[in-house]
Design a protein. Sequence first.
Length: 269
Amino acid sequence: MKKNILKSLCEIADYISPKTHLVLGLDFDGTLVPIQDVPSSVFIENNMRSLLDLLSKRENITIAIISGRSLDDLIEKVGLSDVVYAGNHGLNIMGPGLRNIDIKALQKQQTVEKAFVLCKNLTNKFSGIFLEDKTLTFSIHYRNLNPKNVQELHLSLKNMVSELGDLVIKTGKCVFEIYPAVETNKFTAFSWVTTQIVDDTTNIGKIYLGDDDTDEDVFRSLKDGIGVHVGHKENSFSNYFVKDPIEVKEFLSWLSQHDFGLTPTIGKF
Ligand SMILES: [Mg+2]
């Protein structure tokens, strides 16, 4: 049975205290902000932004926001200078002194563009879907599609992907995402950020919060860290859960009020 992290704060403090640095990985939609039908209409609350700002300015804490949104979109939505941003589920990373882009994903971009053109035709066939261009990837949102037709849409996408090759479909909440077939995922992106602080990450605390299927890649592989699923999903690979972005904020607020004796023995980036 998974535990609510807000009821396990002593355990979390015990985990953090011996570490030299904490990397806090966060998904965006559904984690820092409630999910909206139209992704562009999402805004981060001022007090959530202030908390992230406060934590990101601490010398011994790194905040990495890892989202399916494009990098530019994510940076615009959050708007903080000391945060590391990873767009397209980690394909495109930027932060203070940091830059990393998945070269293999760039090489497959033409195929992604071909798929985008083919999917435009699907918007005539499947009424209610809409496409979101995210540069290295794109999404097909189907919240407004008749649920009876979702399986047929999925099948059409699977056929398209197998014909074009070099692509995979990621699934999310009422969204399919066309993604280049590369090894990068949210876990590899999160790990990459931690290794930018120090090569041997044994003494780095790692906490990751997210609500998406793609966040399960982190929970599944994060052996020496703390995974927190946002929402109610019994079969999540996470160790802990919180109910919603409001509880995420409570957790961040608790973090911001403690220093845990973290020793800033290493420079940040
Ligand atoms: Mg999410």
